[in-house]
Write a protein of this length. Structure first.
Length: 222
């Protein structure tokens, strides 16, 4: 009898888990050892909403149409170090808790200022790895190639990357190649898409809840 209750509880907990809708995840921080500090093109400019036409924060529903990113270089992340001379530069995103990631939405580098349009400074080849321990260790890299350039207009809505990973609380991007400028590569903004990983405590509560509900429903069905 007891094991039957337990099996039902696990099924209920499983159903609750799969019923969660994916949400937007705005990283709580971003760091890059080579962010361009002097030009104010910081790693955090890729996560704090600077340059977006409207905020997109953790818990928001995944929008049918994404906000657009402007063309101000100071609202984007850009590396200050020549990527050809110093390959393997990174930007690492930290999340507020563990998520099961189901996708990435990214706005590529979108500068269009005094020097004219510079979408060639966007990322074309990107390696993505995730961490479950807050960024101490990372798993295997997933490579994305042929990423599209931004429009170099303030109407750029970014693009989606298919990336699935469970129990993620930090994500590292390694810049491999720029689109046409392989030197000072950048990213305008990044959001992740996914679901909160249920904590063991809440799974336990669900199991207790299921055990309490079950006997009652059995009685009523008789
Ligand atoms: Ca930005
Ligand atoms: Ca800035």
């Amino acid at each position: 009898m007891k094991s039957a209750f337990l099996a039902s509880a696990i099924v209920v907990a499983g159903l609750v888990g799969t019923a969660q809708a994916s949400i937007i995840i705005q990283p709580t921080g971003a760091t890059s050892p080579t962010e361009w500090v002097a030009a104010n093109r910081l790693a955090v400019d890729a996560v704090n909403g600077n340059g977006l036409s409207s905020p997109l924060v953790t818990g928001d529903a995944v929008p049918a149409t994404y906000p657009t990113h402007n063309t101000n270089a100071g609202d984007m992340f850009q590396t200050s170090v020549d990527l050809v001379q110093t390959p393997g530069q990174t930007i690492t995103f930290t999340l507020d808790q563990a998520y099961n990631i189901t996708g990435i939405h990214m706005w590529n580098y979108n500068e269009n200022g005094g020097s004219g349009p510079l979408p060639g400074r966007g990322v074309e080849v990107l390696d993505v790895a995730f961490s479950s321990d807050g960024g101490t260790t990372f798993g295997a890299e997933t490579r994305f190639d042929n990423l599209p350039a931004a429009s170099a207009a303030a109407t750029d809505a970014g693009f989606d990357l298919n990336y699935v990973a469970n129990n993620v609380n930090a994500v590292r991007f390694t810049l491999i190649e720029g689109i046409s400028d392989n030197r000072f590569v950048g990213i305008a903004e990044v959001r992740f898409i996914g679901t909160v990983v249920p904590e063991p405590a809440s799974l336990g509560l669900l199991a207790i809840g299921a055990m309490q509900v079950l006997p009652r429903s059995r009685r009523t069905s008789r």
